[in-house]
Design a protein around this ligand. Structure first.
Ligand code: ZN
Length: 486
């Protein structure tokens, strides 16, 4: 008995020693780069940004609401406010309102870089709730308000301000660089991003790397970490909707049968919701733990350093964390439509529900259908996919020169930031561009924190003047670093 106790004790001691060893040797892999001198901000940049924000380039679900005059105004804005870009770069317009600029590099043998953004914005639900009107006012104090400040005219104007500035200085890139601005990102991007990608494909373009929106600098959003982090999206989740349908005998509500179409469907939806697809650590999250683990508080560092041992606990923590944390470890299911019945006293003969899935990289629509049919386990329910779906994107490596350039540029312009890869849980135009490059990244240098999180697609969308100016500095440095690269 004593011997057994001793063996267990020794084993435990070894285990603790191993875990601590892994923790203490889990050291920072953050890129060390010297900060650069802050570049000048072009005169009138904030005014031009506000001018862009005032143009109501809204994408509506209902195509009939599309206001082409606003998009026409935006075309004019680009032409008038960025005359060097407009005249010196090759400029193509797709479906009237999406723009592609090509800045020819000196060396044709080098693969080009593509910087993306989008011109359209989402509609305003309640303009009265805004601190300042989302389309008419602009700056208040040191904050710029307006629909599109973060999503995503920040990118359009930031890129063009820096390009115009560099053109004014006579800068010539070694490597060709494209600026691609779609005008229908908020409604799937078929006219903009998809069309531009098809054109570039037909031209045989293979890009060194592509940068779109999707992630940002986050502060106080990651438990166990006090520093600000620039998250670089290396993949995005897929999107699919599945219809569940049941057809059964109806009848009069005065003589209810044991189970009706409504009961069967409700039960099926409950099962889908209560039995989520299994949680998994993706390459993106693994990379995030590698990059941020050593910077975190001791407890989190210990878990991340020994993630093979503690994987179930880490996954549990994500599952029980915020909805976004849960969404980053699994394919999620959201019932979004539930329909049955036409009259108060009639038991309906059919019922249908739609469940929207966001698919984790590595899983497919077929996996989902198979999984939910097993979970529902009721052959009265028919399962079929409906509407538009897109698979999860491939995962871009963090070892590419594109990623390294981004990492370096972020640290040169924002000296105190950590950087880490991450999974984008929404969908962006970038998914089309994975056809043109293995290295597609998603990052815009504005700040997201618990205070402004809700302004994204919501009320009081805003950035500070300082953030916008640093955005211009970031794109300038990225163009320089990306196109000097041999
Ligand atoms: Zn966007």
């Amino acid at each position: 008995m004593k011997k057994l106790f001793l063996t267990v004790f020794l084993f435990l001691l070894l285990f603790i020693a191993y875990v601590l060893f892994k923790t203490f040797t889990f050291s920072s892999s953050q890129l060390q780069v010297a900060a650069i001198e802050q570049s000048e901000i072009p005169e009138g940049a904030v005014d031009r940004f506000v001018e862009a924000l005032k143009i109501r380039t809204v994408s509506f679900e209902n195509k009939a609401d599309f206001d082409s005059t606003q998009f026409q105004l935006f075309n004019q804005f680009l032409k008038e406010r960025y005359p060097l870009t407009d005249s010196l770069l090759e400029h193509k317009i797709f479906n009237q309102f999406s723009h592609l600029y090509k800045w020819q590099g000196k060396d044709d043998a080098l693969d080009p870089v593509i910087l993306m953004s989008h011109i359209d914005v989402v509609p305003i639900a309640s303009p009265r709730k805004w601190t300042v009107h989302p389309f008419t006012e602009g700056v208040k104090g040191d904050t710029i308000y307006g629909r599109g400040t973060i999503d995503d005219k920040f990118g359009v104007v930031g890129i063009l301000e820096s390009a115009e500035q560099l053109l004014g200085e006579g800068y010539q890139p070694n490597r060709t660089i494209y600026f691609a601005f779609g005008h229908d990102e908020e409604v799937l991007g078929h006219l903009g991003a998809e069309t531009i990608v098809n054109y570039l494909k037909s031209e045989g373009v293979q890009a060194a790397f592509v940068l779109d929106e999707g992630q940002a600098i986050v502060e106080r959003m990651i438990p166990g970490l006090n520093q600000q982090v620039a998250l670089i999206g290396v993949a995005e989740k897929g999107y699919a909707s599945v219809e569940l349908r049941v057809d059964m005998a109806g009848g009069h509500s005065s003589m209810p049968v044991k189970e009706t179409a409504i009961d069967v469907l409700a039960d099926a939806v409950r099962k889908v919701k209560q039995n989520p697809m299994p949680a998994e650590l993706t390459y993106a999250l693994d990379g995030l733990m590698d990059k941020l683990g050593p910077e975190m508080d001791f407890k989190t560092k210990l878990f991340f350093a020994n993630r093979k041992l503690f994987k179930p606990f880490i996954l549990k923590a994500y599952e029980n964390g915020s909805p976004a944390a849960n969404a980053s470890v699994r394919t999620t299911a959201s019932p979004t439509i539930f329909e049955a019945g036409i009259k108060q006293n009639v038991i309906p003969t059919s019922a249908r529900a739609v469940v929207n899935f966001r698919i984790l990289p590595g899983e497919t629509l077929d996996d989902i259908k198979e999984y939910i049919s097993k979970v529902i386990d009721d052959d009265r329910i028919s399962i079929r996919s409906i509407g538009v779906s897109s698979p999860a994107s491939p995962i871009s490596p963090i070892t590419s020169s594109g990623y390294k350039i981004l990492d370096q540029t972020i640290k040169e312009v924002f000296p105190n930031l950590l950087t880490a890869p991450n999974l984008v849980i929404g969908a962006t135009d970038a998914r089309y561009y994975t056809a043109l490059s293995e290295n597609v990244y998603r990052f815009v240098p504005y700040y997201i924190n618990p205070e402004n999180l809700a302004c994204f697609h919501g009320i009081d969308e805003r950035v500070s003047v300082n953030e916008f100016e640093n955005g211009i500095r970031f794109y300038r440095q990225l163009i320089l670093n990306g196109t000097q690269l041999k």
